[in-house]
Ligand binder design. Structure first.
Ligand code: GTB
Length: 222
């Protein structure tokens, strides 16, 4: 039975409210299906404590609690929401399987390239080999984005109507924007913009911004 689920999110997202922390995609899914939810904010320290580790063995956000059900991993959470509400998975079994396929493709085939890129640009930037490695990582990401752009072609969404697959793919592609790579792919930029223009995305974005915007008066260094 679906009650009112509770998700966890950063008490202060390091991204300052640009929506890149992964609670945004879960909020977006909940908004798409019209499911109200509560949010429990957690500090980095609290994420590593037993109470949170009991929900998420890797000590991360987001988590999802609904009655006795506890989930982590955004793919599992978004697909769970999509399975239980209309709007994110098609009724036709084959189309439904393909929407799930695109959700997993976003997470397993596209997202790793942007994680590598972020690591190379930021976390490994001071390593002696960073300058040599960055172009290699960028080129691997470009290959994936080229393939995805070719697949999308002139379509609005990846496979017919908007689905969980698009929600996840747009969420992943948004992470490329700060790297500058998304701008190299006009069709993907337009696809991302279509996602961002959905009222449900706007509500999800606004909800996380209300917590994370630097102007909200919280001490961001505290
Ligand atoms: N595979 C998991 C999922 O999809 O749910 C990954 C979860 C995950 O990486 N969570 C991150 C986390 O809890 C937050 S979203 N990190 C804390 C930790 O591991 O200790 C990743 C994230 C963080 C910050 C930014 N940012 O500032 O731009 C963007 C994305």
């Amino acid at each position: 039975m679906t009650t009112k689920p509770t998700i966890t999110a950063f008490q202060r997202s390091p991204d300052g409210g640009i929506g890149l922390a992964r609670d945004t995609r879960v909020r977006w899914a909940l908004e798409e299906v019209g499911q109200p939810y509560d949010v429990r904010l957690v500090t980095f320290e609290a994420m590593k404590q037993p109470a949170h580790l009991a929900l998420h063995p890797f000590g991360q956000i987001p988590t999802y609690e609904d009655g006795s059900l506890v989930l982590f991993e955004t793919g599992a959470i978004v697909l769970h929401i999509a399975e239980r509400h209309a709007g994110l998975l098609p009724a036709d079994p084959n189309a439904r399987a393909r929407a799930i396929m695109w959700t997993l493709a976003a997470l397993n085939t596209v997202e790793p390239t942007v994680l590598d890129l972020t690591a190379a640009r930021i976390f490994e930037a001071d390593r002696p080999w960073a300058e040599e490695r960055l172009p290699l990582v960028e080129d691997r990401a470009r290959v994936r984005l080229t393939q995805l752009s070719d697949q999308l072609g002139g379509s609005r969404w990846l496979d017919g109507d908007f689905s969980a697959g698009d929600l996840m793919m747009v969420s992943v592609l948004l992470r490329f924007r700060v790297t500058g790579l998304l701008d190299e792919f006009p069709a993907l930029s337009a696809y991302v913009a279509r996602g961002e223009n959905r009222p449900a995305y706007r509500r999800a974005f606004a909800a996380q911004l209300a917590i994370n915007a630097p102007s909200n008066g919280k001490d961001r260094l505290g």
